[in-house]
Design a protein around this ligand. Sequence first.
Ligand SMILES: Nc1ncnc2c1ncn2[C@@H]1O[C@H](COP(=O)(O)OP(=O)(O)OP(=O)(O)O)[C@@H](O)[C@H]1O
Ligand SMILES: [Mg+2]
Length: 156
Amino acid sequence: MVNEVSIRKILVAVDGSAPSENAVGYAARLAEVVKAEVLLMHVIEDIKMGGAIGLQAKYGNISLVEGYNRARKESALQWMALLEAKARDKKVKAKSEILYDTSNSVTGTVVDYAKRNNVDLIVVGTRGHSKFKQLLVGSVASGVSQHAHCPVLVVR
Ligand SMILES: Nc1ncnc2c1ncn2[C@@H]1O[C@H](COP(=O)(O)OP(=O)(O)OP(=O)(O)O)[C@@H](O)[C@H]1O
Ligand SMILES: [Mg+2]
């Protein structure tokens, strides 16, 4: 039984997709109402070892891999700045962080980050960028809901 509900820190996991943008909108509005702060975080996924760049990572040419990661980070910085501005529009305190996925699991990186930062609520979109739409919610949304230490809100 929960006696007290305190929402001070709301974490939104973002991947640049439309549902995750909706998640930011919802979280920002909620933060405005309950006077919470919003943390936006994006996990840059490990390069899959099957692809050409993956082969380079495995067999050499690290600079290509580093360049690719840097490009992904620069692109994420740009769209995250727009999302952060969306939260700030609501006069909500907001900050962004980009993490490289070191554990080979976006879900793990999100739930660890949430716990380390004493987050009270995690907000995610139902879906992300995947083209396989047969599941109602994506694997990150589902995994975070299952493994987070705190409540998770899944936004359509
Ligand atoms: N790399 C990521 N970093 C941070 N949050 C993410 C990341 N990927 C997904 N999310 C969050 O999870 C939500 C659901 O995306 P998810 O990846 O689970 O679905 P999908 O891409 O449609 O399917 P899947 O990736 O399982 O094939 C997104 O709207 C976003 O909130
Ligand atoms: Mg995805």
